[in-house]
Design a protein. Structure first.
Length: 296
């Protein structure tokens, strides 16, 4: 909620034309901060704006707030940096390049350096490869970890020999171990049933087959048939429930899961019924079904 220009603020003077508390309208987002925060980085755009004598040269909105025509949502990180010259971003922040562009606009060279892509593995700002979920959550995490380290020292014939848990071949890049995990596929279906079930049911085709599970497993099983447009930046070791398949045949999905070594361990379904028309007794049944697959 916007504050009045005089509420809680020292009156400006000729020597100090700006109040202590300043309201900003950045791209439609309102921010309230202290004047020393805005001038904390000498030479920056905000420092130039709020150290000048002619306060009337700055743009204002209809409520008298200073207006900056930039991305209002990303400005929160600019303002955080202005407070203590440190940057803290959410995990897997997807708009890093856009924030770097905002830092360049506000003339913050140190922040630009922090946001620049790093080639080294060490990076305190979350630019390193995506961290995986804790492996302790996987039922066979310890066994897979030990097998990976042990099989790396074995010839390919031994690593893939009978009795071993390694189920895929050894390539030039090293041992590829199939990891344990769950994949859930679900679909929503409907059909129309006439009075007293005397007429044939009219089924509708499956509109979409949803995929839930770890991103790396889903991509391994379904490959190019997996549509990632609804969750394009999901890290490989994170879970998602937003993927779906480009085909609509359940049997095809089952075949791909079976070929990858998965087997079904559970399923469930829910259904609802509604009348199709007030003048008829035709009923439309709608159901949602899920199948849970697991690979050891």
């Amino acid at each position: 909620m916007a504050l009045a220009d005089t509420a809680g603020c020292a009156k400006p003077s000729e020597e100090f034309p700006f109040p202590e508390i300043i309201e900003l309208n950045v791209g439609g987002q309102v921010y309230i901060t202290r004047h020393p925060t805005l001038v904390s980085v000498p030479g920056s755009l905000l420092w130039e704006m709020f150290t000048q004598k002619n306060i009337r040269s700055l743009a204002r909105d209809s409520k008298g707030r200073f207006f900056v025509d930039r991305d209002g949502f990303l400005f929160r990180y600019i303002l955080d940096y202005m407070r203590d010259q440190q940057l803290v971003l959410p995990d897997h922040f997807p708009e890093r390049s856009r924030l770097q562009r905002e830092a360049e606009y506000f003339m913050l060279p140190e922040l630009v350096k922090m946001l620049a892509p790093k080639l080294s593995k060490q990076n305190s700002l979350g630019d390193d490869p995506c961290q995986s979920d804790p492996e302790e959550l996987s039922p066979n995490a310890d066994a897979n970890r030990n097998l990976t380290s042990a099989s790396a020292t074995l010839p390919s014939a031994v690593a893939g020999g009978p009795g071993g848990v390694v189920t895929s071949s050894v390539g030039a890049a090293g041992t590829d171990v199939r990891r344990a995990g769950f994949i859930t596929i679900g679909y929503r279906g409907s059909y129309t049933l006439g009075r007293d079930s005397q007429t044939d049911a009219k089924f509708r085709r499956v509109a979409r087959i949803m995929v839930c599970g770890k991103t790396s497993l889903a991509k391994e099983v379904f490959g190019d048939t997996l549509n990632e447009s609804r969750d394009p930046d999901r890290p490989p070791e994170r879970y998602t429930s937003r993927y779906y398949l480009k085909f609509t045949f359940l049997e095809q999905a089952f075949d791909k899961l079976a070929d990858a070594g998965f087997h079904m361990v559970a399923c469930n379904s829910t259904g609802t019924c509604a009348f199709a028309h007030d003048q008829t007794d035709d009923r439309i049944w709608t159901s949602y079904t899920e199948y849970v697959f697991y690979r050891e």
